[in-house]
Design a protein around this ligand. Structure first.
Ligand code: ZN
Length: 222
């Protein structure tokens, strides 16, 4: 693992996407800190956290679903079923949320994630040492999150276009943009680290970075 240690990125090399300040409030809607624990690879695990304090994951999702119902009742009113998505993001009943998989952005990011998956599979076949790195764990986690959030944002955009003044939709939209920036930062940083290693997948990682760079600005504008 000496190679791993000797090839840590310098501080400048990691500055790829400027990290955003986490929004505390968007469109008058407070963004609770536990929202972060829905998508971050390492949740806060604080006892005070609404999500992490729950012993059973399923139980937590039920609570989210309940909270979401209350939030919608209070803030949104009776929305059509297709629009019953939430600022809270994923929940038990929309664990596999509707995705516009035919949208060009979904297709592009999906293709990128599929290709990356193939690179990881090639690593598995070779029993590659880099699979055990923190960088690999980050990419494995945040690539699907990015794809999922793109689908979610497309839904939110449709929701906003039908109801432009909806504050919950606006908050959801703003928060997802923050999630995009965070995911892109983590993915770029980790992919660059993986591309530095002398491995059979070195060139593929470099290619994955180049493709993500091309997608980045489009994702951030969603
Ligand atoms: Zn938490």
């Amino acid at each position: 693992m000496d190679t791993y240690k000797s090839k840590q990125l310098t501080k400048n090399e990691t500055k790829l996407v400027p990290a955003l300040t986490r929004p505390a409030r968007i469109a008058g809607v407070e963004i609770p800190e536990w929202w972060d624990c829905q998508w971050q690879r390492i949740p806060c695990n604080k006892k005070a956290c609404f999500l992490c304090s729950k012993q059973e994951v399923e139980e937590a999702w039920d609570v989210i679903a309940d909270a979401r119902a209350v939030l919608e009742e209070v803030s949104v009113g009776a929305l059509p079923v297709s629009q019953k998505r939430t600022a809270i993001g994923e929940c038990a009943e929309c664990h596999a949320p509707l995705k516009d998989s035919n949208h060009p952005m979904s297709r592009s990011v999906g293709k990128w994630a599929d290709e990356l998956f193939e690179v990881f599979m090639a690593g598995v076949v070779e029993d590659a040492w880099w699979l055990d790195t923190e960088a690999a764990a980050e990419v494995e986690w945040y690539a699907p999150v990015l794809l999922d959030k793109v689908g979610q944002q497309l839904e939110t955009n449709a929701w906003l276009s039908s109801d432009p003044r909806n504050q919950v939709a606006e908050a959801d939209h703003g928060y997802t943009r923050y999630v995009f920036a965070e995911c892109l930062l983590k993915l770029e940083r980790s992919l660059r680290e993986l591309a530095l290693y002398d491995s059979g997948q070195k060139a593929e990682f470099a290619l994955a970075i180049a493709r993500l760079t091309r997608l980045k600005q489009r994702i951030l504008k969603l």
